[in-house]
Design a binder for this molecule. Structure first.
Ligand SMILES: [Ca+2]
Length: 395
């Protein structure tokens, strides 16, 4: 996860097909990173004075509770005005103090880290024009990736169904995440994680607080999971690792030991990967049995929806009654929230192959977007999951 402010999207993952390098970078970022979203713009001001009876703003529903923000490194580590050698010393102190890692280990490991100019080039690449949904969707929702997902599901059915039963996260969503992130584990990244995070922590000031924080958490992770060889781990150019492309902080904080062997191995050990992706969803608010999206019917002439807290927000805080007043309601036969008094939605507009698409996005859609903030990423995961499920016989 990552955000969109960096290169195309943000940081981490690598997504799809190496085919689309640019998009890959964009998506790459997905996983478990996400920095916090920007503060938001206030609601739009009315362009004309309001007449006699002001309309009260709609009562919004509570936000989906989220885990605490992950720690970032202090300025003594990230201020580019400070010489790098001094920042590295501050990093050692920070990591030792924060995570109780042995100072000699941090120093000796940093001494092995190599600056990778290619990573800075990727991060500084101009953001390409945002690809419309009609071009984005086929990259992930296509016959090959659907067939790959069905095969992956059938090959791993017992483990996936067990995790789904325990967590409420359907197996096909776990499979779809792995499919989008790493083509079912085939493309997990060729950068040394130590080099990637070292490069971004010390030579990419704009996001140094985040990446230096992740580098420190990499040490904390290796302390918690001693089977990991910190200097040998490979991942994306942003430091995301394994089949699900977890950043070090996500791995350390939220990974699960799915098979009870005492280790959390997210590189390629499927029971742990499945349990960890599901746990990531649960901790970000996944609701068992609840819908993800509904195709919306738009009232003719309805204005485009703009989220009051931030135009990019997907927070499902609008009651359906409010959205209906604004001209967006679920089409007939589309799923509805379990409890419309408590569960709301937001609205997204996309430029699809058949023209304009309007979608009501529910809480579980918001949860998918915690993996990668792009609404197109989240909808691609959902549609890939649905297609995988549709082709797998009931057990
Ligand atoms: Ca394990």
């Amino acid at each position: 996860m990552i955000r969109r402010d960096a290169p195309p999207f943000s940081t981490g993952k690598h997504a799809p097909a190496a085919a689309l390098i640019g998009l890959g970078a964009a998506l790459l970022t997905a996983c478990a990173t996400q920095a916090s979203p920007p503060a938001s713009a206030a609601a739009a001001q009315p362009s004309t004075p309001i007449a006699a009876t002001p309309v009260a703003p709609p009562a919004l529903l509570p936000a989906v509770p989220q885990p605490p923000e992950r720690p970032v490194a202090p300025e003594s580590v990230t201020d580019p005005a400070i010489p790098q050698a001094q920042r590295e010393t501050a990093f050692v102190d920070y990591t030792v103090r924060t995570y109780g890692v042995a100072p000699d280990l941090v120093r000796a490991t940093l001494a092995q880290a190599q600056q990778q100019p290619r990573i800075i080039e990727i991060m500084n690449r101009p953001a390409e024009k945002v690809r419309p949904w009609r071009d984005y969707r086929p990259i992930f929702v296509n016959e090959e990736r659907i067939a790959g997902g069905r095969a992956f599901y059938l090959d791993n059915r017992a483990a996936l169904d067990k995790v789904a039963a325990e967590t409420g996260v359907p197996a096909e969503y776990i499979v779809a995440i792995i499919g989008v992130e790493t083509s079912y584990g085939r493309i997990t990244g060729n950068y040394r994680v130590l080099d990637a995070l070292y490069t971004l922590a010390f030579s990419y000031p704009r996001r140094a607080p985040f990446f230096a924080g992740e580098l420190a958490q990499l040490f904390a992770l290796a302390k918690a999971e001693p089977q990991l060889d910190l200097a040998a781990l490979n991942g994306s150019y942003a430091g995301a690792m394994g089949m699900g492309q977890f950043m070090p902080s996500s791995y350390r904080l939220w990974a699960r030991d799915g098979d009870g062997d005492g280790r959390r191995d997210l590189l390629d050990h499927k029971p742990d990967v499945f349990a960890s992706i599901a746990n990531y969803f649960v901790l970000h608010g996944w609701q068992r049995g609840a819908p993800v999206v509904a195709r919306a019917q738009r009232t003719a002439g309805a204005a485009d929806f703009v989220h009051a807290s931030d135009p990019k927000s997907l927070a499902p805080v609008y009651p359906l009654s409010v959205l209906a007043e604004r001209g967006y309601a679920p089409r007939a036969g589309e799923p509805l929230p379990t409890d419309p008094e408590r569960d709301g939605a937001s609205v997204i507009h996309l430029d699809g192959a058949g023209g304009r698409e309007d979608w009501l996005v529910y809480r579980n859609f918001f949860v998918i977007s915690r993996y990668n903030h792009s609404p197109m990423y989240s909808l691609a995961v959902h549609q890939l999951a649905q297609a995988i499920r549709a082709g797998v016989p009931a057990s």
